[in-house]
Design a protein around this ligand. Structure first.
Ligand SMILES: Cc1cc2nc3c(=O)[nH]c(=O)nc-3n(C[C@H](O)[C@H](O)[C@H](O)COP(=O)(O)OP(=O)(O)OC[C@H]3O[C@@H](n4cnc5c(N)ncnc54)[C@H](O)[C@@H]3O)c2cc1C
Length: 281
């Protein structure tokens, strides 16, 4: 995209009106870092939403609500007892990019390497979209296809509600990289709900080594109702091959990529179980 003009609307509804009037000649702009990856040089008018008060993190009941223009650096710095999102943000690109990239930018146009969709799928987050009025979507529904399609009509993601982890919840996210700021070879996130030693519920998601982030249902099914042991985690991780089209990228063959995913799932599950046990004590 080639940005030819900037508009700074004074309100969310004005921003949506601007986007609707401009149609394909307009583009919602948050941090603007994704322009680096958009090869198309079509001239567009940027509708800048960075000054609409959408940069915040608030504990609200069972959720942490994060405004869409909150930077990845702010999410990385935030700490709270039932919060685990900082872990992955610390691993995304460089300080400079994290200072500018926003949560919304990362999940409204999902690139294959995007890390936050993986974590939000595992966390069972909810996305709030302003479409004249607020509409809420589960992560499963929101990430069913490329979210950018949802925003073609001028709607705007305003917030993401991330469930606070309960006492018996454990969470682990792992991004495997070749060098510190590179794109992931694979990203895995897992949330476990333990009932004593047993796994009551599990959400496991993957990204980067597959075309689009997704949950891994066979892995999850192999966990639920079983004891949280290394053997169970290993058997569950071995089911990943059936769950997604693991592909060769970042110099990996598809077989290597699947193997790396299985090993990483095992690590993420161990981390989630340790997290849950540490909190229960
Ligand atoms: C060199 C480099 C390396 C990177 N490495 C990684 C990585 O390893 N992992 C990773 O996860 N990310 C990585 N990123 C960041 C990621 O690729 C995106 O660039 C970034 O998340 C986009 O955020 P932004 O705020 O700059 O969005 P923008 O560039 O402003 O917008 C991105 C897209 O989302 C739309 N959009 C933005 N906000 C909203 C909203 N609230 N509602 C509706 N639509 C919206 C825009 O219209 C645009 O289409 C990297 C970026 C760079 C430049």
């Amino acid at each position: 995209m080639k940005l030819c003009e900037f508009i700074r609307p004074a309100s969310l509804s004005a921003a949506r009106d601007n986007l609707r009037e401009l149609g394909p000649k307009g583009m919602l702009l948050a941090g603007g870092t994704a322009l680096h990856f958009m090869q198309d040089h079509t001239p567009v008018v940027a509708v800048d939403i960075m000054r609409l008060g959408l940069s915040y993190i608030k504990p609200e009941g069972a959720f942490y609500t994060i405004g869409a223009t909150t930077s990845l650096a702010d999410i990385q710095r935030y700490r709270a007892p039932r919060w685990a999102l900082h872990e992955i943000c610390r691993r995304i690109s460089t300080h400079q990019i994290r200072n500018i990239s926003t949560l919304g930018g990362n999940i409204c146009r999902v690139f294959p390497w995007a890390d936050l969709p993986v974590v939000l799928l595992a966390m069972d987050a909810r996305m709030v979209i302003y479409a004249g009025k607020d509409e809420e979507f589960s992560a499963d529904e929101y990430f069913k296809t490329q979210p950018a399609k949802r925003f073609l009509g001028g709607d705007i993601l305003t917030a993401v509600k991330v469930p606070a982890l309960l006492a018996h919840h454990g969470f682990g996210s792992i991004k495997v990289v070749r060098t510190q700021a590179s794109f992931a070879m694979v990203t895995i996130a897992a949330r476990l709900e333990l009932d004593g030693q047993n796994i009551k519920a599990a959400r496991v998601a993957a990204g980067s080594a597959i075309p689009f982030p997704r949950r891994l249902p066979s892995v999850e099914a192999a966990l639920v109702g079983r004891e949280a042991t290394a053997a169970v985690f290993q058997a569950a991780a071995a089911k990943a091959g059936a769950d997604a089209p693991w592909r060769g990228r970042e110099g990996m063959s598809p077989e290597y990529s699947r193997h790396l995913a299985e090993v990483t799932i095992l690590d993420a599950l161990e981390r989630a179980a340790t997290f849950a046990r540490g909190r229960a004590e």
